[in-house]
Design a protein around this ligand. Structure first.
Ligand code: B1M
Length: 210
């Protein structure tokens, strides 16, 4: 079965057509993993690539991400019975003192679209809350977002909290947000930095070698 119509609808951010195509594929007995991989994730790969190259902008990307999210919601009840595998668990949040979540939510949706399981802690997340969730869920990746230069140090404090809790070597740390740089990631001992939501998917796969 071809999932081109579904992919096109996701790329265009056409929620009605995309959910209709998803329903049709499910009714036709398509494999849930195929719908996810060949329809939705393939589309979000295109969206992420175009966004990274400056060919798509935030409102269009949000629309595509929302469209993908609605389709994933339709697939969710079928995941377990179909045995869909996750690429890994990502504990994600905006660091303590910071309330900006638009970029973080985009990263969450893109990672979800790429097959990761997202445990989104929201905004103003304390180092202790990050550590607790990483330990509880045995997460493969911990992702931190910061939009304020004044909250960037919370990233370093959160990594220190991972070290103090003895779990730093069990999780890969990815950071991002407008004031954050690759150099800063190196300085504070993060494993990875992504400048945008499309790159976050590429980086997440890279640090897990998948
Ligand atoms: Co605020 N704000 N804000 N703000 N705000 C900025 C960030 C600012 C640059 C505006 C300015 O002065 N020009 C400035 C920060 C200056 C600085 O520190 N360098 C600022 C300020 C000062 C403040 C307040 C202090 C204002 C005040 O109250 N005096 C206050 C702080 C509140 C707090 O957090 N404690 C504040 C409040 C707010 C609102 C609540 C009004 C609102 C946030 C609403 C929300 O998020 N729900 C808001 C907004 C909207 C902005 C701007 C206008 C837009 C941010 C945004 O959503 N961008 C912003 C100015 C600007 O950026 N032009 C500004 C779009 C988004 C898609 O991009 O978040 O960068 P971004 O995410 C990207 C990448 O960075 C990356 O991928 C995303 C998608 O490509 N990325 C990751 C992000 N997280 C990642 C994590 C990853 C990987 C990649 O791995 C885990």
């Amino acid at each position: 079965m071809s999932y081109d119509a579904l992919s096109d609808a996701v790329i265009k951010g056409d929620i009605n057509s995309a959910t209709e195509e998803t329903r049709k594929a499910l009714e036709a007995g398509s494999n849930v993993q195929d719908i996810l991989d060949q329809g939705l994730i393939a589309a979000m790969d295109v969206v992420g690539d175009r966004f990274s190259k400056g060919l798509m902008f935030v409102p269009q990307m949000l629309r595509s991400a929302k469209t993908m999210h609605e389709c994933v919601e339709l697939l969710k009840p079928h995941f377990q019975e179909g045995g869909v595998s996750t690429k890994g668990k990502v504990v994600l949040g905006t660091v303590k003192g910071d309330l900006h979540d638009i970029g973080k939510n985009l990263v969450a949706m893109m990672l979800e679209g790429a097959g990761f399981t997202i445990l989104d802690l929201g905004v103003d997340v304390s180092p202790e809350a990050f550590v607790q969730e990483v330990k509880k869920e045995n997460a493969e990746i911990m992702g931190m977002s910061a939009l304020l230069s004044t909250t960037m140090p919370a990233m370093s404090l959160t990594i220190k909290a991972l070290v103090d809790a003895g779990v730093r070597d069990k999780v890969r740390v990815m950071i991002g947000g407008a004031p954050v740089t690759g150099k800063y990631a190196q300085e504070i001992g993060a494993d990875s930095y992504a400048p945008d939501a499309g790159s976050a998917v590429i980086e997440a796969k890279k640090i897990l070698n998948i």
